[in-house]
Design a protein around this ligand. Structure first.
Ligand code: NAD
Length: 489
C-alpha cells in the first residue's frame, strides 16, 4: 500500500483572529491504529501565542464584553447546532486523531454540543446579589468576565474537554486562547471554524497548537492572560500553576486520578460488572476519572473477579474506525509507559487474571495496543496501586471492613471520583461525605458524563471546578458596587 508522503499530508494551521496563520514549523499527527502520520499541525511558539493573546484582548475590549447575555446565548446555541450538524465528521476526525472507538467519538461530539447548549441556557440566569447594608447605602454585586482566558487541554477527550472549558468561559463573556495537545489537536481547530460560522466574532476563540514546553508554557506565562484553565498531568499542572502564581492569576487545574470502586457484600456484584469494566476500558483507560482500582469485600471477591476476567477476555480490540470495544492507546510513548508498569508485575505477588501485555496477531502489529488487563491481589505496597497508569489496567484489592475500605480508597494522593456499590443507604450517605473526592457515584459510575454535574478534584487531583453551573461562576469574578443614598433630613 502506498502512503502519503510528508508533502502530501493535509496541513492544519493555527487560528488567530479568525485567520489561518501561515507557518514553517509542523508536527506530524499520527493515527494510533497504524502508527502512521495522516496530517500535520502547526507547531506554534511564543510569537503565535503573543498574537493570539493580542487578538483575544482586542475582541474582548471592542466587542465581546459589550454583548448582552441574550446575544451570547444565541451564539452558543448556534455553536451547539453546528457541532451536532457535523457530528459524523467530527467523530471520524477525533477517532483518527485519538484512536478511540467511533461510537465514543460520536458520543463526545454530542456532549461537546451539550456543553454549549447548557451554558447558552444558563448564562441568562447569571447575576449578582443586592446587599442591604444600611438605609443610606445600596450595595450590589456584578458577575463580570475576567477578560482573556488561556486554556490548555490534553489528548484523551480533546473535543469534549475543549467544549467543557471554552463554553462557560465564552458564555460568561471572556475571550479565549486554546492550546490543544500536540498528540490530538484537530477537532479543537475544527471547533474554532464551527464557532466562527455560528457568529462568534473573530478573535474570541484562538487556537494555537504546539508542544507543551513551547506554546503551552508561553500561554501559561503570558502577562496579559487574566485566567488559566489547565487539564492534564500533575507535573505539567505544577508548571502552569507556578506560571499563574508569577502573574497572580487564578487557575483551574483538572489533573489525574486513581479512582476506586468500593463493592460491598450486600450488592449484587455481578450486576455491577458492565459498568466497572467500562469505567476502565473506555478509551483504553486513558480517562482521568477511570475506575482504575476495585476495592472489594472478601466475601464477594472470587465471584466478582471471575466475572470481570471473563468480560475482559471477551472484549474486542481494533482500530477505532471499526468501532470495537477498545481501540489502541494514543502513542508509542503511552503504550510503553503502561507496559513499563505491567513489566513490574511479573516479579511481584500480584496475580494477572486477564491480559497483561500487547495483543498478538498481525492486526495489532503496528498500532499502539495493550490488552485489557486485570490485576488481582494488589496492595498499597505496589506501585500500580498508587500511581495513575492511564491505560486499560484494573487493580483489585480486598477489604474486610468499611474502615479498611476507606483507608485503601484514601491511600493514594489523588481524589477525583469514587464509585460505591451498596444497597445500604446509610452507608452510602456516610461514605459520600467521608471520601475526599470531587465526585461520588452510588450504584452507577460517571452518570453518563453529566454536563450538568460539577467536576473537580480534591487533593492532588486538582483545584477549582468545571462543568455545571459552578463553572459559569468560576469564569466570572465578583465586583461590589456601593451607592450612597441621601436620606430625607
Ligand atoms: P500533559 O500534562 O502531558 O499535557 C496536557 C497539556 O499540557 C498538553 O496540551 C501539553 O502540551 C501541555 N503541557 C505539557 N507541559 C506543559 C508545560 N510545561 N506548560 C504548559 N503546558 C504544558 O497530560 P496528557 O498526557 O496530555 O494527559 C494525561 C493526563 O491528563 C493524565 O494525568 C490525566 O489524568 C489528566 N486528565 C485530567 C482530566 C480532568 O478533567 N481531571 C481530564 C483528562 C486528562
Amino acid at each position: 500500500m502506498r502512503h502519503a508522503s510528508e508533502a502530501e499530508l493535509p496541513e492544519h494551521s493555527a487560528v488567530i483572529a479568525g485567520r489561518k496563520v501561515p507557518t514553517a514549523r509542523w508536527i506530524d499527527v499520527v493515527d494510533p491504529a497504524t502508527a502512521r502520520p495522516f496530517a500535520r499541525v502547526a507547531r506554534c511558539g511564543p510569537a503565535e501565542v503573543r498574537a493570539a493573546v493580542e487578538a483575544a484582548r482586542h475582541t474582548y475590549e471592542t466587542t465581546w464584553r459589550f454583548t448582552s447575555p441574550v446575544e451570547r446565548s444565541a451564539v452558543c446555541h448556534r455553536i451547539a447546532g453546528g457541532l451536532r450538524a457535523r457530528r459524523q465528521e467530527l467523530a471520524r476526525l477525533e477517532t483518527l486523531d485519538t484512536g478511540k472507538p467511533l461510537g465514543q467519538s460520536l458520543a463526545d461530539a454530542g456532549i461537546a454540543a451539550r456543553y454549549f447548549e447548557f451554558y447558552a441556557n444558563a448564562l441568562e440566569a447569571l447575576g449578582g446579589e443586592t446587599i442591604q447594608q444600611r438605609p443610606d447605602r445600596l450595595a450590589f454585586t456584578l458577575r463580570e468576565p475576567y477578560g482573556v482566558c488561556g486554556h490548555i487541554i490534553p489528548w484523551n477527550y480533546p473535543l469534549q474537554i475543549a467544549a467543557r472549558t471554552l463554553a462557560p468561559a465564552l458564555a460568561a463573556g471572556n475571550c479565549c486562547v486554546l492550546k490543544p495537545a500536540e498528540d490530538a489537536p484537530l477537532t479543537s481547530l475544527r471547533l474554532a471554524g464551527i464557532a466562527e460560522e455560528a457568529g462568534l466574532p473573530a478573535g474570541a476563540l484562538n487556537v494555537v497548537p504546539g508542544y507543551g514546553d513551547e506554546a503551552g508554557a508561553a500561554l501559561a506565562a503570558h502577562p496579559d492572560v487574566d485566567r488559566l484553565a489547565f487539564t492534564g498531568s500533575r507535573e505539567a499542572g505544577e508548571a502552569v500553576m507556578t506560571a499563574a502564581a508569577r502573574n497572580i492569576v487564578p487557575v483551574t487545574l483538572e489533573l489525574g486520578g486513581k479512582s476506586p470502586h468500593l463493592v460491598f457484600p450486600d450488592y449484587d456484584a455481578a450486576s455491577a460488572v458492565p459498568q466497572i469494566v467500562e469505567s476502565i476500558t473506555e478509551h483504553a483507560g486513558q480517562n482521568c476519572s477511570a475506575g482504575s482500582r476495585l476495592l472489594v469485600h472478601r466475601s464477594v471477591h472470587d465471584e466478582l473477579v471471575a466475572a470481570l476476567a471473563e468480560r475482559f477476555r471477551s472484549l474486542r480490540l481494533g482500530p477505532g474506525l471499526d468501532d470495537p470495544d477498545m481501540g489502541p492507546l494514543i502513542s508509542a510513548k503511552q503504550r510503553d509507559r503502561v507496559l513499563g508498569y505491567l513489566s513490574e508485575v511479573s516479579d511481584s505477588s500480584i496475580e494477572v487474571r486477564a491480559g497483561g501485555g500487547v495483543p498478538g496477531g498481525e492486526a495489532f502489529a503496528d498500532g499502539f495496543y495493550v490488552e485489557p488487563t486485570l490485576l488481582d491481589r494488589v496492595t498499597p505496597e505496589h506501585r500500580v496501586f498508587n500511581e495513575e497508569i492511564f491505560g486499560p489496567v484494573l487493580c483489585v484489592s480486598v477489604f474486610d471492613s468499611m474502615d479498611e475500605a476507606v483507608a485503601l480508597a484514601e491511600h493514594t494522593t489523588y481524589g477525583l471520583a469514587a464509585g460505591i456499590w451498596t444497597r445500604d443507604v446509610t452507608a452510602a450517605h456516610w461514605l459520600a461525605q467521608r471520601l475526599r473526592v470531587g465526585q461520588v457515584f452510588v450504584n452507577n459510575y460517571s452518570a453518563a458524563g453529566g454536563v450538568e454535574l460539577p467536576f473537580g478534584g480534591y487533593r492532588r487531583s486538582g483545584v477549582g471546578v468545571e462543568k455545571g453551573l459552578e463553572a459559569l461562576r468560576e469564569y466570572t469574578r465578583c465586583k461590589t458596587v456601593a451607592i450612597h443614598a441621601r436620606l430625607p433630613s
